[in-house]
Ligand binder design. Structure first.
Ligand SMILES: [Zn+2]
Length: 151
């Protein structure tokens, strides 16, 4: 009887230990992707003109509209930013409370960008840099970088 109790206790501790290790790994992952772990840096993600990146869809009549968000159902001109500029290399989407339209940014690994666009998921210290293809945008991924506004 006593022996069986001991074995059970070992399994309970093993389970607690495994759960703690798993929780720790998840916590580290969340921490690494949070802005708290990157003071003074900006999360830079890539985007292109595609429906996935810009949240639009094509209607049966061939016109394109916003698929979700505040502008859902409103006409969307693919490849034109919220400020009316044609999206090209150097086009940056930002939270306008953080960086205003027209602000030029030095983005390491990308180059000089200009804030010309916004995005539903782009809030606070997070910007989106434009790429000509979805592949290139995905390859860029998500990077925490020191992004300096050029004055
Ligand atoms: Zn895309």
């Amino acid at each position: 009887m006593a022996r069986r109790g001991k074995t059970a206790a070992i399994w309970v501790w093993a389970a607690i230990f495994a759960a703690a290790a798993l929780f720790g790994r998840i916590a580290i992952k969340i921490w690494r992707t949070s802005s708290l772990a990157h003071p003074g840096k900006v999360l830079v993600t890539g985007y292109c003109n595609c429906e996935k990146c810009c949240g639009w869809k094509r209607l049966p009549d061939g016109t394109t509209v916003y698929d979700y968000g505040k502008l859902k159902g409103k006409p969307k001109v693919v490849g034109v930013t919220s400020s009316g500029k044609v999206a090209k290399h150097g086009t940056v989407a930002a939270d306008l409370n953080y960086f205003r339209y027209g602000v030029k940014l030095d983005i390491p690994g990308y180059g000089i960008g200009t804030v010309e666009d916004v995005g539903g998921a782009i809030k606070g210290r997070h910007i989106d840099v434009w790429f000509p293809t979805h592949e290139e945008a995905k390859r860029w991924g998500a990077r925490w970088l020191k992004v300096e506004p050029l004055l």
